[in-house]
Design a binder for this molecule. Structure first.
Ligand code: CA
Length: 264
């Protein structure tokens, strides 16, 4: 199967240095919004176009990977959890419109459809199927970049938690990446911080491990529940509680976990 024809070139050109933040949907969308760069996956079968688009987006500072067919692209999106997908409609294995539906079943990543087809009915159908934007070939790199920045702005403003989240004695400043409990600063790893901010942002609501894997670890297909369990237990220790005697972090057996205000 063709996974990607120009990915090796694009991968070599990866310019993002902060690998940790590149793995995290929340922090990357914030970081990228500030820098106006993004992790991008391009699904395009025409090598000339694919390579030209890769090259110009990399020159603009984006991190770019590409696939020459639909299913390889789908897998790449699952594996890499990019912030933006650029999707051609005419693909050799599966129609781009079908790939879009498959993507929409598992991820909310912004998708910009880029294609030579420009009839109105198809544009409308593609947007209705869940595309965030649509560019008609030939398009300039500047136009594509402007559209990428626009979808990033939209996804940042809809998906970002409030800058400061307060639940009980817990205070989380998502801009400054600082958390405290009863005015005592918490020393948290990046993932612990993201996990705590996510749970606090959804305080009082049960969050499933699958949701956490998708939103914190970028694994929408699920993965090792152990990853979540281990981070929850570290977090619990730092909050000064135990699974046997929970205070804020309540595990709902077989369902997930919720963060509650112990004062209510
Ligand atoms: Ca094509």
């Amino acid at each position: 199967m063709i996974v990607s024809q120009c990915a090796p070139d694009c991968s070599k050109s990866r310019i993002r240095l902060d690998e940790d933040s590149a793995r995290s949907p929340t922090s990357t969308s914030q970081a990228s919004y500030g820098l106006a760069v993004a992790d991008i996956v391009i699904i395009e079968d025409e090598p000339r176009i694919r390579e030209a688009v890769c090259r110009s987006l990399i020159e603009l500072g984006h991190t770019v990977r590409s696939s020459g067919d639909g299913l390889g692209g789908l897998r790449m999106v699952m594996d890499e959890a990019p912030e933006v997908v650029i999707l051609d409609l005419g693909l050799p294995d599966v129609e781009g419109g079908e790939i879009l539906k498959m993507l929409r079943a598992v991820t909310e990543v912004p998708v910009i459809v880029a294609t030579a087809r420009d009839d109105d009915a198809e544009v409308v159908a593609t947007l209705d199927a869940g595309a965030d934007d649509y560019v008609v070939k030939p398009y300039s790199a500047a136009q594509l970049d402007a559209r990428i920045r626009a979808v990033l702005r939209r996804s940042a403003s809809s998906g970002e938690p409030a800058p400061v989240i307060a639940v009980g004695g817990l205070r989380i400043d998502t801009d400054r990446h600082e958390a405290s409990l009863d005015d005592q600063p918490l020393e948290l790893s990046r993932k612990e911080f993201e996990l705590l901010a996510y749970l606090a942002d959804n305080a009082g609501t049960v969050v499933t491990k699958r949701q956490l894997l998708a939103d914190i670890w970028g694994q929408p297909y699920g993965g090792a529940d152990k990853t979540v369990d281990v981070h929850l237990s570290w977090l619990r220790r730092k909050l000064g509680e135990t699974a046997a005697e929970p205070r804020m972090l309540r595990t709902i057996r077989g369902v997930g976990v919720k963060l509650v205000d112990p004062g209510t």
